[in-house]
Write a protein of this length. Structure first.
Length: 356
């Protein structure tokens, strides 16, 4: 015996060649009829509209599950002129900043009734970015958020398509696009000022990759803060954001008796530095103080707990989504940079220098 369609849903007529009838797509009207509400209420529930009573929302969701209803995003886009989708282009998920920013974007997009479509780009080139935009165009999105650490957008050789609202994270392209970024300069200055205020003569620096905009800004702020304080500026050591790189550089710094304070450009490398100092018998913070950047969830569990600069990734994600949807709703592009504040979290990895 053939399976009967759900109540209120009629099967299509028999198909070609005597094949069994196909069930037609469940409509919004079918859901409304089963739930005992209007089609407009079903529409509001399916788009995540907040103005629906909890008990009514449950009735509608139960009816959707019973009937196997799936909202037709293409039809909704034709009717309302939007897909309720934000595209996200990024080059890597391996860094703390990118992964936590993406998580925040997805969360805030969901709060607004939007979903995200993720397009990773293997190579940070103009062709790679254009290819990602082409794919997002095929998937139909209302706006695009670009998360990139490299300086690709800082170059005038790259121009993004003008017909799609764009928000860029971590870039120096605010004169041409809407940019959201952590206040890298202020965060690095807080780290350096904290160590100088403790009495350290100067601060050594473990920098991130040279091609990273965030790394460049943190390094520049470190160098400027030391110069303005009239302190010696040691040569920076270049890492790649990994704990392994921090360990390698930390072993070199551990051999320097004149190194009593280190500002590390991210917490993962700081973890490697701490391990190297411990292995070399250098006491933290009794002999060497260490400050990181990010304030990852594990920073308070390092040995010793890490003093670090806190980045508000949730606020970065919220600002990105708000800026993207503002452009969608007004129909006009925006430029300029929004800087999200940082704050220094002081823990047990910093102290006055020996004899200080």
């Amino acid at each position: 015996m053939s399976e009967s369609p759900p109540r209120g849903v009629a099967p299509d007529p028999a198909g070609d060649n005597g094949r069994a009838p196909r069930r037609r797509r469940v409509s919004m009207a079918d859901v409304a009829r089963l739930a005992g509400v209007s089609a407009q209420t079903v529409s509001r529930v399916s788009t995540g509209h907040p103005g629906v009573v909890g008990s009514t929302r449950k009735q509608v969701l139960d009816a959707m599950r019973t009937l196997g209803y799936r909202p037709n995003s293409a039809a909704r886009a034709l009717k309302y002129g939007e897909f309720r989708t934000i595209g996200v282009i990024l080059f890597t998920l391996s860094t703390t900043g990118n992964s936590r920013t993406l998580e925040a974007i997805a969360s805030h997009a969901a709060d607004e009734g939007y979903v995200i479509t993720l397009i990773p780009v293997a190579a940070p080139t103009q062709d790679g970015v254009y290819g990602a935009f082409t794919r997002l165009g095929e998937l139909a999105v209302d706006a695009v958020i670009v998360i990139m650490e490299v300086h690709l957008l800082d170059s005038t050789t790259l121009v993004l398509p003008p017909d799609v609202p764009v928000v860029v994270v971590d870039s120096d392209a605010g004169d041409r696009y809407c940019v959201v970024d952590t206040n890298q300069d202020d965060g690095a200055r807080q780290a350096v000022d904290h160590l100088l205020d403790l009495g350290h003569r100067t601060v050594w620096h473990v920098a991130g990759p040279e091609e990273s905009y965030a790394s460049q800004r943190r390094t520049l702020a470190w160098r400027t803060a030391l110069a303005e304080a009239g302190r010696p500026v040691p040569p920076p050591y270049r890492g790649n954001w990994s704990a392994e790189a921090g360990y390698r550089i930390g072993r070199e710094l551990a051999d320097r008796t004149d190194c009593t304070a280190i500002f590390v450009a991210n917490d993962q490398m700081a973890l490697g530095v701490l391990r190297a100092l411990h292995g070399a018998g250098r006491i933290v913070p009794g002999e060497v103080s260490v400050v990181g950047f990010d304030d990852i969830a594990e920073a308070g569990s390092f040995i010793p707990p890490l003093t670090t600069v806190h980045q508000d990734f949730a606020e970065v994600g919220r600002c990105c989504v708000e800026a993207a949807l503002r452009q969608v709703r007004t129909g006009s592009a925006e430029t300029g940079t929004t800087l999200v504040p940082t704050r220094l979290v002081v823990r047990d990895s910093t102290a006055p220098p020996p004899g200080g």
